[in-house]
Design a protein around this ligand. Sequence first.
Ligand SMILES: CC(C)(COP(=O)(O)OP(=O)(O)OC[C@H]1O[C@@H](n2cnc3c(N)ncnc32)[C@H](O)[C@@H]1OP(=O)(O)O)[C@@H](O)C(=O)NCCC(=O)NCCS
Length: 217
Amino acid sequence: MDISVREWSGYTSSIAPRRAPETTSDWRMRLPVISGSGVTLRELRMSDTPALLDLLGETEVARHISPPPTTVDGFERFIAWAQQERSAGRYICFAVVPEGMDTAVGIFQIRQLDPQFGTAEWGFAIGRSMWGTGLFRAAARLTVDFAFDTLGVYRLEARASVANGRGNGALAKIGAVREGVLRRSFLRQGQYHDQALWSIVRDDWRQQQQIGSAAVH
Ligand SMILES: CC(C)(COP(=O)(O)OP(=O)(O)OC[C@H]1O[C@@H](n2cnc3c(N)ncnc32)[C@H](O)[C@@H]1OP(=O)(O)O)[C@@H](O)C(=O)NCCC(=O)NCCS
């Protein structure tokens, strides 16, 4: 999805073995730390602010998404808001930390579209220097597994501006299905943009993962 206006303003290698998401007794209390293929996902920390401000504020990263907060204060308010929404069971935001690093280089978010979390929408952004490295795919797999296995999502949607070649390419390559175009659905800096609607359905995802792991062994 385009990192949704609601999220900001409310204040993700080829087939490699993955560790199943650690299930917490309750993700609303705290997000689990989950790892696989050179990446760890964990709760956002206030100390991620300087790095994420720089990385997500870059013109190329922010071009097709809702403008991220531009100040330390704004970003910290976003993190506080994300934690409140997680506690309320409506939304989660993972920080993406590559192996060997300590600070976040991106975020993956999921918000509920219905009160049972049966349908949800996800979005993601990672720093420009990590594009094309396989980090997206690794983090996306962990996030989608978490949505289906832990949050209990059945249908995971994403919206990407039609003009966002990389965003749409990334969704296509992990097996999301492009369902259509939402005309003029995204208001960004005074202009309406068309968005592609993508979905991943739990049964398809699990089948795809089984085929993938069978192909490796
Ligand atoms: C979206 C994002 C997380 C993807 O991460 P990434 O590392 O760039 O993704 P990848 O390189 O693994 O995959 C992108 C795919 O799109 C392809 N692609 C790039 N430009 C493209 C274009 N104009 N049209 C179609 N596909 C394109 C790439 O070739 C790649 O596919 P490949 O690996 O098969 O070659 C990252 O680009 C990002 O943070 N972008 C800014 C924020 C954003 O747009 N978020 C998404 C909102 S939906």
